[in-house]
Write a protein that binds this ligand. Structure first.
Ligand SMILES: NC(=O)C1=CN([C@@H]2O[C@H](COP(=O)(O)OP(=O)(O)OC[C@H]3O[C@@H](n4cnc5c(N)ncnc54)[C@H](OP(=O)(O)O)[C@@H]3O)[C@@H](O)[C@H]2O)C=CC1
Ligand SMILES: CC(C)(CO)C(=O)C(=O)O
Length: 304
């Protein structure tokens, strides 16, 4: 297949490497105009893949069979809308990111749209991307045009297993959203690895219970007990992780809170449900982001 990967950060380089090794023709699409993208990935077994791959070639894009999008949630819709007119209308677009809400922002796309969520893990260390853990990637259709694309899961699975196809991806999206609503803001506020949330069981329960109530109104059959159990499983299996939100806060980057707790608040409001714990976390993370945005803009603190 001919594949353009939009966003060549940690996850983008992981997929570029895996797809290239599998014999696919790949290019990266960067935010900056450059003809090459440098892929420098250390695999879980310690081996290093280092290649200069084609980047930003409009002819390659115009003949791509797939646009794989590995951007932060808040970067997705503007970047995808900029490229969509140059991609064949029949070529699917697969978004892999944390959080929800981009599907609604991309409703007007002509292409088949698919969503994916992953528990693969990769992080940047200087110029090197380190693949720290393998895990399943769940993909499925986000519009009716994409319903026939289950074979894509087989192609991606051959390159970077496991990849699972879901005819209805909504349930997997919401379960991942629940995990991110709990782990991401709490670890960012307590400045701790995921496993240390074992010291805050009441908060984990309260946040998960609110998410379960919204999920039930969304038509998903997830009991609060099941969801809490699932959240604890992820906390245990990723105990040593520094969550992506804590990494963003430490590096003073914009977080994905608008697409995680922010999306939950939007859906809760639509159903008339109060979610005070999640609202509090949302406000606290926004306040944190504001502090460092004000510092980088050279503004004084509001009380000065
Ligand atoms: N890394 C991981 O282990 C996991 C990540 N995820 C999720 O996957 C998504 C991607 O994460 P990750 O790869 O870590 O993020 P990164 O920030 O490492 O990668 C995003 C990349 O996209 C680039 N970019 C930003 N805007 C544009 C644009 N308009 N056009 C082209 N490129 C652009 C960024 O460049 P620049 O920095 O120069 O702006 C950066 O290189 C997130 O939603 C994350 O939460 C989910 C599970 C695991
Ligand atoms: C599952 C979890 C919480 C793993 O750290 C994650 O998705 C993240 O850090 O964004």
């Amino acid at each position: 297949m001919k594949i353009t990967v939009l966003g060549c950060g940690a996850l983008g380089q992981l997929w570029l490497t895996a797809l290239y090794r599998q014999g696919h023709e790949v290019q990266g699409w960067l935010r900056v105009p450059a003809p090459w993208c440098s892929v420098n990935l250390q695999e879980t077994d310690g081996s290093v893949f280092n290649e200069l791959l084609t980047a930003n070639d409009p002819d390659f894009l115009a003949s791509s069979d797939l646009l794989l999008v590995t951007l932060k949630a808040w970067q997705v819709s503007t970047a995808v809308k900029n490229l969509a007119a140059r991609l064949p209308a029949s070529s699917p677009i697969l978004l892999i990111h944390n959080g929800m809400g981009t599907q609604e922002e991309l409703r007007s796309l002509k292409q088949p749209l698919l969503l994916g969520m992953t528990i693969q893990a990769a992080r940047r260390d200087g110029n090197l991307i380190i693949h720290t853990a393998n895990g399943t990637t769940h993909i499925g259709p986000a519009n009716t045009l994409a319903q026939e694309y289950s074979a894509l899961a087989d192609t991606l699975h051959a390159a970077l297993p496991e990849v699972a196809w879901h005819n209805d991806i909504n349930n997997a999206s919401w379960r991942k959203l629940a995990v991110n609503c709990v782990i991401n803001p709490l670890t960012a506020l307590y400045d701790c690895p995921n496993g240390q949330l074992r010291d805050h069981p009441e908060e984990v329960t309260r946040i998960s219970t609110e998410v379960a109530a919204v999920m039930q109104r969304e038509g998903l059959h997830s009991s609060p007990d099941d969801l809490i159990k699932y959240v604890w499983q992820v906390i245990d299996s990723t105990a040593n992780n520094i969550s992506s939100m804590l990494q963003d806060v430490r590096a003073q980057r914009q977080t994905e809170i608008d697409y995680i707790s922010g999306y939950l608040l939007k859906r809760a409001r639509a159903h008339g449900i109060a979610v005070p714990e999640n609202a509090r976390l949302f406000e606290q993370i926004k306040r944190k982001e504001n502090t460092y945005e004000r510092i980088s803009a050279g503004l004084s603190r509001p009380w000065e």
